[in-house]
Design a protein around this ligand. Structure first.
Ligand code: C2E
Ligand code: MG
Ligand code: MG
Length: 595
């Protein structure tokens, strides 16, 4: 054999083994469907031993056997291996008289006669043989060999059927997700480097399906899916395949070489066609997500995931078609990672901590207290800003344990400061979800007791939108908190949609004017008038006013002139670690004493 021949042979063997492995037959349990065929083979030859023998890397493994004790024998010197390699039938009248097999394990065990018919896949790979063995030398008639070949083909049909079973969705009759993933792997072998589009079609949104099922029962989805599958089959024709990858989701590949822009038109007409089905009278809206990918570069699972991710974004567009975008996907993934990891961070000791930003009396420039701000040192991403992670976790069940942790750590610190003689106040930020806890006010009070903190040194900050989310519930919770003597501040004031008339009903005592107004303060007269009237209006309604985000002396002076009570911002100090905050505080106090 030349080097080139050897290389080709090795390649063929690798592909052959791959074909065998993908059928998932090796080391599976015996099945009557195969045993029936082996029994028949043994009867036709009038011989005691017969087997469906598959040629693995270094063994012949028997999927079915009559009269054999072993589950497998070594591949070396096994005649079935020769049948698999040549994909041609083989008769050896006397193994002991054949140079190739004289020293084989079969001869050792008293076998003389061998006849085998190849088990060949549709692609031409030899998987192994259907064989019969006898203890005496003999020959095989043409009729016997013809039967053996027929039976071998029946074995192959059986193998293909078994294989197809787990790959066709019984409802739609379309190949399923497993098949899609496998076909993409095949594609990676056939046309690596080609640029293709994976198209995911979702027939309806989850809430629409729920409504349909509520009105018509679960058979509703079955009909919808069958109709959808029919439309897709008709649209794609016989040469291309749609795969049924999840309940109402289908995926297919756009033809090679399509232009993305012109293809969009075809997808639009597909959406229209799907919307015309008889099941769509309940106003279903289908969605299409498209993921461009390079064959062989993205894993099949990724291709599916990206197309799915695009389809989720599609509901924001009209028509509902979205091409996968790298940035959107990585944003989604980051959100997901943060959410998952924050759960861990809450339990871990070292990842979360509080920093403290001074709140300063504008007239005297004296520090009145601090706002506690959460910091997250993520093990791999480093410092993640609360502006990023708080909005993500606020919508989940993590909001409550987060506030609980901040509350406990903040009050412990405030308690320690008060005990050391520092006249401090502290505010912490709480989420809308906290107002849904029926015992939130009590838990605040318990926290105060635990850390020996008087209620009038403590404040909670809530954004306008948090309060507006559930007005009725918020009002009763806030009333209880206020009754306990804890001050309530409205954070980011001016950014929400709330009317002053409504805010006025809240038992809040403090408004914190959002930084966006303060930042523009030195830009012009209009901006100043706006802030000035926010301050005087708040005062008229009885609020104490805090300006957030004061970055310059000019802004601080202006605000002081306008009568603003307090300020917070980088001009005075950034949020600081505990030790740093204490040193800053001491320096300030010393300077004032000296003056
Ligand atoms: P916030 O409550 O309005 O906090 C003020 C934010 O403005 C803080 O950002 C602070 O570092 C920043 N800041 C203060 N002075 C200046 C300034 O002069 N210039 C500028 N550009 N920024 C300034 P941070 O710490 O990144 O927090 C962002 C938001 O995350 C907070 O806004 C708050 O809504 C939320 N947050 C922080 N910690 C917690 C927490 O423990 N629980 C909850 N529920 N939310 C929190
Ligand atoms: Mg705040
Ligand atoms: Mg704020």
């Amino acid at each position: 054999m030349t080097g080139h021949d050897r290389l080709m042979a090795d390649r063929y063997e690798a592909a052959r083994l791959d074909a065998l492995r993908r059928l998932n037959l090796l080391d599976t349990s015996p099945s009557e469907a195969f045993d029936r065929i082996t029994r028949l083979a043994s009867q036709i030859f009038g011989l005691p031993v017969s087997a469906v023998s598959l040629t693995d890397h270094d063994r012949q493994w028997f999927k079915s056997r009559v009269g054999v004790a072993h589950q497998s024998i070594p591949r070396d010197k096994a005649p079935c291996a020769a049948v698999a390699e040549s994909t041609a039938p083989l008769v050896v009248p006397d193994l002991s008289a054949d140079r190739r097999y004289a020293t084989s394990i079969l001869v050792d065990q008293g076998v003389r006669f061998y006849a085998g018919a190849p088990l060949t896949t549709r692609d031409g790979y030899g998987l192994g043989a259907l064989c019969v063995l006898g203890p005496e030398p003999r020959s095989a008639t043409d009729a016997e060999m013809a039967s053996l070949n027929d039976l071998a083909e029946m074995v192959m049909t059986q193998i293909e059927l078994t294989h197809a079973m787990g790959r066709i969705d019984p409802l739609s009759g379309l190949p399923n997700r497993t098949q899609f993933l496998e076909d993409l792997e095949d594609l990676a072998r056939d046309t690596p480097g080609a640029r293709r589009l994976a198209v995911l079609v979702d027939l309806a949104r989850a809430d629409q399906l729920d409504n349909g099922v509520r009105a018509l029962g679960s058979a509703y989805i079955d009909t919808l899916v069958q109709e959808g599958a029919r439309v897709l089959r008709a649209k794609l024709g016989s040469k291309r395949t749609a795969y049924h990858v999840a309940s109402t989701k289908f995926v297919f590949l756009a033809p090679p070489e399509v232009d993305e822009r012109s293809y969009r038109g075809q997808l639009e007409s597909l959406l229209l066609r799907l919307a015309k089905g008889p099941e769509t009278k309940f106003g279903l809206s289908g969605m299409i997500g498209v993921a461009p990918f390079i064959v062989g570069e993205s894993t099949p699972n990724d291709v599916l995931r990206l197309a799915y991710s695009a389809s989720l974004d599609a509901c924001n567009f009209e028509p509902a078609i979205s091409f996968y975008s790298c940035t959107e996907d990585s944003a989604h993934r980051r959100r997901f990672t943060l959410l998952e990891d924050f759960g861990v961070a809450l339990k871990a000791r070292a990842q979360l901590r509080l920093v403290y930003q001074p709140r300063v009396d504008l007239a005297s420039r004296r520090c009145l207290g601090a706002e506690a701000l959460l910091r997250w040192d993520h093990p791999t991403l480093g410092e993640v800003s609360p502006a990023e992670f708080i909005p993500i976790i606020e919508q989940t069940s993590l909001a409550r344990p987060t506030t609980a942790k901040v509350l406990d750590a903040g009050l412990a610190q405030l308690g320690a400061w008060l005990a050391s003689g520092m006249p401090m106040r502290l505010s912490i930020n709480v989420s809308a979800a906290n107002l849904d806890e029926c015992d939130f006010a009590q838990r605040l009070q318990l926290g105060l007791l635990k850390h020996r903190v008087p209620p009038d040194t403590f404040e909670i900050e809530l954004t306008e939108s948090a309060v507006m989310e559930n007005k009725a519930r918020s009002l009763s919770q806030l009333a209880a908190i206020e009754a306990a003597g804890i001050a309530i501040a409205i954070d980011d004031f001016g950014t929400g949609q709330s009317s002053l008339a409504y805010l006025q009903q809240l038992p809040a005592r403090v408004v914190k004017i959002d930084q966006s107004f303060i930042r523009r303060l030195t830009e012009g007269e209009r901006e100043q008038t706006l802030v000035c009237s926010m301050i005087s209006l708040s005062h008229d309604l009885g609020y104490r006013v805090v300006a957030e985000g004061v970055e310059t002396a000019e802004a601080a002076d202006l605000l002081c002139e306008m009568g603003c009570d307090e300020a917070q911002g980088y001009f005075f100090a950034r949020p600081m670690e505990v030790g740093e905050f204490e040193r800053w505080y001491a320096t300030q106090a010393a300077a004032r004493a000296a003056a």
